[in-house]
Design a protein around this ligand. Structure first.
Ligand SMILES: [Zn+2]
Length: 473
């Protein structure tokens, strides 16, 4: 068995500049590696099947788990007999590496492929996986040699956005060298890590970050993705139109796709649109990733003990319907979790049902349900008005992860109130500067009549529609 390495690893990916001859060579290399891997995997699965068909295999399985040594002896005897081991597959790989494959794959790489094929099959053998996946054309990663500092280099092939894209070869592939390096990734000096407890409130379009002491912030959450998404929709519609135009025979009189097996004809234009769609999808994912990354660092700057309520997917769906996936809040939280873990911090996700921070008022300890449209918290007990998301994040920051009620001293609130106001003022400034901010922040957009102070805005709030409501346009 190959042993898992203990030292930390991080990846660095570098695009390769290749001329057409090198590209030809690389393509042949990938194709040879794919064929060899599939052959090895097929062989491993064949051996596994024969081994399992042997009656002794069933007998050994029927033995009680307490007879460990007997079971083990039979299993290992069978593995040797049927050649189901990493070692045996290495030997097979050496023989299988015939003529044309040998021109493209060195024996070291062949052995690596054999190890991977064996590990895949062995997972099935041990019941850890149901099936193995053969590599289809267009997939493929090849592992190369080993070293101390650079643990290994992978050669990666990705589809470029088009045949004309920079660095693409004649079939539209781009090549990258991925280095797995020992150690942890370089931490940019500007990414200073704080040590405070930070409360978070993540909404469909905004995120409130409130540390126990430091500066509070209310930021848009992936709002910039809107344009990307519109573009993607446009291309999707065009694709659908082209598909219809190319295949009128596949639609019935009311324009629905006919049932049964259909043959689809893909025109050149359709294929080009499909490529554009794929590249737009890639762009969107990359953009989202960079937005997520920026936010993660914004948060970690304040502190690395993070407290937040478990995301309410219901609230998300109310606003975005099926496209909750667009902002990928789960992915964002996973990233945040990894980052704080690396700096010795923790991310606490508290179930909403027990805390209900959006309903809670720390002044009187009552829980009062607010409609989603109500963006400000104001209580007859004298707390508020305060922006709702910021207030929730503030409560989260003072939540003891073991209990479900925040504990807040009087002077803590006084200092926090100032900081939360400053955060709202900052949002107003950005709105004035013309930044497009989500309406859910409860702050009027640029161009709208702006109240002079928060007090003025709250006057307006109270009397709207007979209930306390956010200043909307
Ligand atoms: Zn109250």
């Amino acid at each position: 068995m190959s042993k898992k390495s203990k030292t930390p690893t991080f990846l660095l990916e570098l695009p390769l500049q290749v001329d057409s001859q090198q590209a030809n060579h690389l393509r042949a290399h990938f194709e040879a590696a794919r064929c060899l891997y599939n052959a090895l995997l097929g062989e491993a699965m064949k051996r596994l099947k024969h081994m399992r068909d042997d009656p002794r295999w069933q007998e050994a399985r029927a033995l009680p788990k307490t007879q460990k040594q007997e079971r083990y002896a039979i299993f290992s005897q069978l593995r040797t007999e049927y050649g189901f081991s990493e070692y045996a597959l290495h030997a097979y790989a050496t023989d299988a590496r015939t003529t044309w494959i040998a021109d493209h794959i060195d024996s070291n790489t062949a052995q690596k492929l054999a190890s991977r094929a064996y590990q895949a099959a062995n997972r099935v053998c041990l019941g850890k996986a149901k099936k193995v996946r053969f590599k289809s054309r267009g997939r493929g990663v090849v592992k190369h040699g080993l070293d101390q500092r650079i643990k290994y280099v992978r050669l990666i092939r990705r589809r470029a956005s088009s045949l004309q894209a920079q660095g693409a070869d004649c079939e539209g592939y781009r090549y990258y060298a991925q280095l797995a390096l020992e150690g942890i990734p370089y931490h940019k000096p500007k990414h200073h890590v704080g040590s405070e407890t930070v409360g978070l409130d993540i909404g469909p379009s905004s995120i409130a970050i409130v540390p126990q002491q430091g500066e509070a912030r209310l930021l848009p959450f992936c709002g910039e993705l809107k344009t990307d998404k519109r573009k993607k929709r446009r291309i999707q519609r065009k694709l659908e139109r082209q598909r219809r135009a190319n295949n009128p025979q596949n639609y019935d009189s009311s324009g629905r796709v006919k049932k049964g097996r259909l043959r689809w004809h893909d025109s050149q234009g359709y294929k080009a649109t499909r490529r554009r769609l794929a590249s737009q999808e890639r762009k969107l994912a990359a953009h989202r990733k960079s937005l997520h990354g920026r936010l993660v660092h914004e948060i970690v700057q304040s502190g690395n003990t993070i407290v937040t309520e478990k995301l309410s997917y219901k609230a998300w769906q109310k606003q975005f319907g099926k496209s909750v996936g667009l902002h990928a809040p789960g992915m964002f939280l996973a990233w945040l979790n990894r980052t704080v873990a690396r700096t010795g911090g923790t991310l606490h996700e508290i179930p909403t049902r027990s805390t209900k921070l959006s309903q809670y008022c720390h002044g009187c300890g009552r829980y009062i349900k607010k409609p989603l449209s109500q963006r400000w918290h104001q209580c007859p007990c004298g707390i508020g008005p305060v922006q709702r998301d910021l207030y929730s994040a503030f409560l989260a920051a003072h939540l003891d992860p073991r209990s479900s009620v925040p504990s807040i001293a009087h002077d803590q609130w006084e200092s926090a109130e100032m900081r939360l106001r400053a955060a709202v003022e900052d949002v107003k400034e950005r709105a004035n500067a013309g930044q497009d901010l989500p309406q859910s922040m409860g702050v009027p957009r640029a161009g709208a009549r702006l109240p002079q102070s928060l007090e003025a805005s709250h006057q307006e709030l109270v009397y709207r529609h007979g209930r306390l409501e956010a200043v909307g346009r």
